[in-house]
Ligand binder design. Sequence first.
Ligand code: ZN
Ligand code: ZN
Length: 377
Amino acid sequence: MARNYYETLGISRDAPRDEIKKAYKRLAKQYHPDLNKDAGAAEKLKEINEAASVLCDDKKRANYDRFGTASEGFTAGTGGFDFRDFSNFDFDFDNIFDSFFGSSFGRAQGQRRMHRGSDLNIEIEISLKGAAFGVKKRITLTRLDKCAECNGSGSRDNSLETCPDCNGRGVVKQTIRTPFGMVSTSTTCRRCSGQGRIITNPCKACDGRGRVKRNRKLEVEIPAGIEDGSNLRIAGEGEAGEHGAPAGDLYIRISIKPDDVFERQGNDVWLNANIPFTVAALGGSIKLPTLDGEAELKIPAGTQAGTVFRMRGNGIGALHGGARGSQNVRISIAVPESLSRRQRELLLEFEGLSKSKNYSVDAKKGFFDRIKGAFNE
Ligand SMILES: [Zn+2]
Ligand SMILES: [Zn+2]
């Protein structure tokens, strides 16, 4: 066989052992007949095994490098590793590889597999009011639930038998031939999928799986104060586990619909109120919306544009109890766009009585403080 082992593995002649292992691992995966259905994959895998078995052995490699053959005694391709042995494995290449090249003997023995059910993720949209006061939402989930017929055991009469293949250990020990000699390895028992027990009388409702797909209605309580984008975890409301294993969790992502009137900032809400200039000058009261319904707000005489009034307790509820936030009302002043003749006369008279007709400049002192929201409570 004049095959070039280095080319087979796609490595250079001076490749260190680590690199050979890496190349072997990658190629073995690529051409393994369980994964690669191409005609010739099995043959290719044989070549890869042969190349690796020579190049990973320093003596054989030295011989091969010098004489183009591994040794007199070594006939490449025969007596070596039979790839069909792969099919007896739990398909775990790290284990396979370790058992070729080293020390590890696979998974710890006696370790049974219990597969917890999958987590589920959903999204719920709520209103700002819902976030302010908390809200209950009804949802319907389609999920794998514990089979009610067999209580998740998968067995019609609860009769389980110790798996004869692994004697209840969930793993089987095998001794296999590899290019590097006899190696023993532990793999998950195929018959019982690592459960250690087999069902003698499978439940008809779930085919022995212990789970069935169902529509499930749930009522979810969304707490006051919840933030947009937060996740609620509801333990145990995900999918049921296999063979009675614990269920996964349900994760609910909360999105809060933007409100037409209020803007949220933490537990406060903000609102802009555009009030008539006469109310600003003379004082009075205005009606305005709050999360709790319509309310009245007193406007003191001489209120300036940009003033912020804080209405305590009209904001969003606190997430873990405690006081609600505030509703902050920012004042803007509506100047009439047209005046009647009489209104104009009155305003001209008003102007005549005013001390100054000039504007004043207040950008230097206090102006920014005022627009940042000097609170007037
Ligand atoms: Zn069942
Ligand atoms: Zn078994």
